[in-house]
Ligand binder design. Structure first.
Ligand SMILES: [Zn+2]
Length: 262
């Protein structure tokens, strides 16, 4: 009888511990928008700024070089990503592409082309999911299936993730920790996806806010994503943006493709 009571006590303690763990699980965290240096900037509505994790993904040059980290989300897109790659190559620039798993299917050559010339590929989930709305298992599958697809198509292995819409959801942090992945946020997101943002505005917004080490959120995709169709005319503004950044003395780095635990 004494032994049974003891087992019951242990179970009760386990239940309490489980409740405590559940209590500290992260809630859904849509990131704050448009915060630059702690000030709300109405020109950058969709920027997520989380300095610790942004730095975590980037390799800062030790020689004092002014570097920016261009990132392109939502591709690969046939007939579009190749133009972006051509613009980068012409300017001697590199970038990190956060690609959608289902857009990778059948695009082996395009993805291998991205990896050439020093570019990097990161993960942007399988179907551009809103991670605020899915379970832990679905969050895991959205990320891990895309990693597997990337490896199957190219042999490359990615350790970096960008959440769609910069929404971590209730399980993003837990899943990326379990998979030993780094999360890439963005310092400047000039809304190049929006039909109401002109190419001149995109360049002006980046040049107004750029700083050494900044990660810049752009797009190389025009896939069937939720929401109104944007202009997504990256090849129309990219040469001008690259020229303006170079004229300001910036070089172009890629985010470090490695687990934060490495
Ligand atoms: Zn996206």
């Amino acid at each position: 009888m004494k032994r049974i009571f003891s087992i019951a006590s242990v179970l009760a303690v386990c239940a309490l511990v489980a409740l405590a763990v559940l209590a500290v699980l992260p809630g859904s965290k849509a990131k704050q928008s448009g915060l630059i240096g702690g000030q709300q900037d109405p020109t950058i509505v969709n920027t997520s700024h989380k300095p610790v994790n942004t730095d975590l993904g980037a390799v800062k040059k030790k020689d004092g070089a002014k570097q920016v980290y261009l990132t392109f989300d939502d591709g690969p897109t046939p007939g579009y990503t190749a133009e972006v790659l051509g613009d980068l190559k012409a300017a001697g620039a590199h970038a990190t592409f956060f690609e959608v798993g289902k857009h990778m299917m059948g695009e082996q050559d395009l993805m291998k082309a991205i990896l050439q010339n020093g570019n990097q590929i990161g993960i942007h989930t399988w179907s551009h999911a809103d991670l605020a709305t899915v379970t832990w298992g679905e969050t895991y599958n959205q990320i891990q299936q895309t990693r597997i697809q990337l490896t199957n198509e190219t042999g490359d292995v990615s350790y970096i993730v960008r959440y769609p819409y910069f929404i971590e959801g209730p399980y993003g942090a837990s899943v990326t920790k379990a998979l030993h992945l780094g999360v890439a946020w963005s310092d400047i997101s000039p809304e190049d996806w929006s039909a109401t943002t002109s190419n001149q505005q995109i360049i002006a917004t980046v040049m107004k806010h750029v700083f050494p080490g900044a990660t810049i959120g752009l797009h190389d995709g025009n896939g069937p994503l939720p929401g109104p169709p944007g202009n997504r005319e990256t090849p129309a503004y990219l040469p001008g943006l690259l020229g303006a950044l170079k004229a300001a003395g910036y070089q172009f780095g890629v985010l470090r493709n490695a687990s934060p635990t490495q």
